[in-house]
Design a protein around this ligand. Structure first.
Ligand SMILES: *Cc1c(COP(=O)(O)O)cnc(C)c1O
Length: 391
């Protein structure tokens, strides 16, 4: 049925499974377990000889609707939903790693992802290496040796540096590695990692997919075989299950994803251009600006430049804090992808636990601010930033 649908139709109708009541909006199956008509039926369902649900740690109808809708959006064979974006990144890596393996990842990375790479994996005998996102030669060097998994974040949080996914996918394949792309900043609406050669794409659904700052969630999309045989056994036995209630909130989020992203992106484009001409701004990073060092790659790889902007305001932490503290409309928050515009000082919040030397190396400077553009009138955002940026 639904594979011929356009993206916007998929976002509204994909995966809907109505109960006997024929409800319009998907039902919330807020239940931990399911009952069986007979002991034989229980045996058959657990053995997966008979269809049906058993226990919500394993699968739940509302969660399944979200997974099916999201797989349709991504163009993936299957999708697994989990409780948070970090649960998605963690499970995507751990379900396929063992001691002695090697993981290569792009930098900068979201702070918690970097912690998994540099603090957690080595405890289990997994070697990890970070490669500057846009350094083609460094990618070739790092992947001239065998690896099990390559993890990339593009656009990267918070510097909006890009990784050439097609190129890294080729190198990863030659190194024997599975490529996992953290696509939280773009969502499948603006970038399709699987179509670019990645094996898995992972999401913090907390961000643009909920998009209204209400709940946490994570999604992992890939082949039916990988999700079914490698990922599902890991998830059902370790338990990072998504609540059916949050799955429902995320289903509602998907219904408005296209119009939110399009509107927020339009404002982000206008704001980025305006910021570039502002005398108090040292540098603007936005994949839709010709001044972005990888503007060509953004054009080739992304379906749109997105809703996130990074700016450098000069003068170090003190100046960055002063600008944030003078904002009235734009809220200070480490969340992103909300309908409310949010501003963050990554060096002291999202990336505070990244060692200082590494922050400096990967461009997370003390004067860097990350702006997540919301649905407000562009003129109001310009006025708020203009006042805040005054010397
Ligand atoms: C927020 C974020 C995560 C973590 O997601 P949570 O839902 O907060 O667990 C991972 N990667 C990126 C790029 C993010 O922005």
């Amino acid at each position: 049925m639904s594979r011929s649908w356009g993206l916007r139709t998929r976002l509204v109708h994909g995966g809907a499974a109505r109960s006997a009541f024929g409800e319009t909006s998907e039902a919330i199956f807020l239940t931990s377990g399911f009952v069986y008509a007979s002991a034989r039926e229980a045996e058959d369902r657990v053995a997966e000889r008979a269809p049906g649900y058993q226990y919500s740690r394993i699968a739940n109808p509302t969660v399944r609707m979200l997974e099916e809708r999201f797989a349709l959006l991504e163009g993936a064979e299957d999708c697994a939903a989990v409780a948070t974006g970090m649960a998605a990144v963690h499970a995507a890596l751990f379900c396929q790693l063992r001691a002695g393996a090697r993981v290569v990842a792009s930098a900068p990375l979201f702070g918690a992802c970097q912690w998994i790479l540099t603090d957690l994996l080595p405890r289990f005998g997994v070697e990890s290496e970070l490669v500057p996102a846009s350094d083609g030669e460094a990618w070739e060097r790092a992947l001239s040796r065998p690896a099990a998994v390559v993890l990339v974040e593009t656009p990267a949080n918070p510097t909006l540096e890009l990784v050439d996914v097609e190129r890294v996918a080729r190198l990863a394949k030659a190194a024997g590695a599975a490529l996992v792309v953290d696509n939280a900043f773009a969502t499948p609406f603006l970038q399709r990692p699987l179509a670019l050669g990645a094996d898995l794409s992972v999401y913090s659904a907390t961000k643009l997919i909920d998009g209204q700052g209400r709940c946490l969630g994570g999604l992992i999309a890939g082949s039916a075989r990988f999700i079914g045989e490698t990922l599902r056994p890991y998830l059902r036995n370790t338990g990072p299950a998504l609540s059916p209630f949050n799955a429902w909130v995320l289903l509602k989020g998907l219904e408005t994803l296209s119009i939110r992203i399009e509107a927020q992106q339009k404002t982000a484009r206008a704001l980025a251009s305006w910021l570039e001409g502002h005398p108090a701004v040292v540098e603007v990073r936005y994949p839709g600006l010709p001044s972005h060092p990888q503007a060509d790659l953004a054009e080739r790889q992304m379906l749109g430049p997105g809703t996130m902007i990074a700016i450098r305001v000069g003068g170090g932490r003190e100046r960055a804090f002063a600008v944030l503290d003078r904002l009235r409309l734009i809220k200070i928050s480490n969340n992103l992808g909300d309908v409310r515009s949010l501003a963050t000082h990554p060096a002291t919040t999202t990336h505070a636990k990244v060692p200082e030397a590494m922050r400096a190396r990967f461009g997370i400077t003390e004067d860097l601010l990350r702006i997540s553009v919301g649905l407000e009138d562009a003129e109001d955002l310009v006025a708020d930033l203009d006042r805040a940026l005054r010397p």
